[in-house]
Design a protein around this ligand. Structure first.
Ligand code: IMP
Ligand code: MG
Length: 177
């Protein structure tokens, strides 16, 4: 499968993703019943994961998307922009950050620091994918631990393309070293 100028191969088929998302939503339902949680998915990558995950949430909740960006091409640039779009009150609120993928962990650490300053009652992270042994931050809820390949699909893009794929694909060739 070609995306932009690179070849990718199937890594996680839709059915496996869906199973994992159901398991995650079940845990979240157990932990957040009647806690009035505020879910904060990060754009753009988490839009599909958040839509699937949060439609299974049974307790009253709010959902508010924020935007940050740290990647250009395939390298984490490390320049994390400030949060855009956070209008809800965080103080004294049970907050859950919803991420598509944690790679170096820089984005999520930055978000955690920013949100903690606002005094949430609790702050947890749910991430569909986590690259093994790379990030110091481990989310409370995680879908898959994955090897260090660049991934596309199910919200994740390569140079802006591939977000709409139902399955997740990995870059063909050698693993990142
Ligand atoms: P981190 O700050 O290095 O953890 O990178 C986090 C962000 O980079 C994610 O939220 C994604 O938007 C993007 N990213 C990291 N790894 C990948 C990948 O394999 N494919 C597509 N986007 C990625
Ligand atoms: Mg992201």
């Amino acid at each position: 499968m070609k995306v932009s100028d690179k070849e990718f191969e199937l890594y996680l088929p839709e059915q496996e993703i869906n199973k994992s998302v159901s398991t995650l939503s079940e845990k979240i339902n157990e932990d957040y019943e009647n806690k009035d949680p505020l879910f904060i998915p990060t754009l753009n990558g988490a839009f599909i994961f958040a839509a699937d995950l949060l439609r299974e949430v049974k307790t009253p909740c709010e959902i508010s998307f924020i935007k940050v960006a740290s990647y250009s091409d395939m390298q984490s640039s490390g320049n994390i922009k400030d949060l855009i779009g956070l209008n809800e009150t965080i103080f004294n609120r049970h907050v859950v950050l919803v991420e598509d993928i944690i790679d170096t962990g820089r984005t999520i650490s930055h978000l955690i620091d920013k949100l903690k300053e606002l005094g949430p009652k609790s702050l947890e992270v749910v991430s569909l994918l986590v690259k093994e042994n790379k990030s110091k931050v481990s989310p409370t809820y995680k879908g898959f631990e994955i090897p260090d390949y660049f991934m596309v699909g199910y919200g994740l893009d390569y140079n802006g393309y591939g977000r709409h794929f139902k399955d997740i694909y990995r870059l063909k060739g050698k693993i990142n070293e």
